[in-house]
Write a protein of this length. Sequence first.
Length: 87
Amino acid sequence: MIRMLLIALLLYIGYRILVSFTAAKKPLQPSTGTRDQSVETFCDPICGMYISEEQAVVGTHGGKRLYFCSMNCLEKYREQLDHTSPT
């Protein structure tokens, strides 16, 4: 009885191997969440994360716009400015 189960298992494994080799390969489908390559991204000066303008927290310093990934990074940047500015 055990021999028959073992033979049946080996036949099934052999069948699956043959099917996997002979099956046609499906072309890769692009995921629905692909990013638009035309969207400009900006690097957060604190953590280095890249964010799009619509997702960024925008700050200014010296007339220049700076883009941050979160309010935490913007606050850290402001703290760094406070510590480096002359008193």
